[in-house]
Write a new protein. Structure first.
Length: 103
């Protein structure tokens, strides 16, 4: 009986020591790792270039759309001129419709 209790205590002692070794935890600063990686700067530069290109493209499209909108508004304003003949009014109405579909 003494031997069984002794073996149980020794086994429990070994198990408790191995459990303590498993609880060690390491902490890592992901900010340091991310900013310290040498490719991070290269990729950030690529992303900034792509962002600038996309913003320039959006700006160009916005200017083009604004210009086309102004042309359409002038066409509609000219269409409402009371001095136009019926044929001229029909012609301008068709042109305005085509321009509107184009936009």
């Amino acid at each position: 009986m003494k031997y069984v209790v002794l073996i149980a205590l020794v086994t429990f002692g070994f198990l408790s020591d191995s459990a303590e070794a498993d609880t060690s935890i390491a902490t890592v600063s992901l900010d340091k790792i991310y900013n310290g990686y040498w490719k991070t700067d290269q990729e950030n530069d690529k992303l900034k270039k792509k962002q600038k290109m996309a913003q320039d493209k959006i700006k160009g499209l916005n200017q083009s759309l604004t210009k086309d909108g102004e042309v359409l508004s002038r066409m509609i304003k000219a269409l409402n001129d009371p001095n136009l003949s019926a044929a001229e009014k029909t012609k301008r109405q068709q042109q305005a419709g085509l321009k509107q579909q184009e936009l």
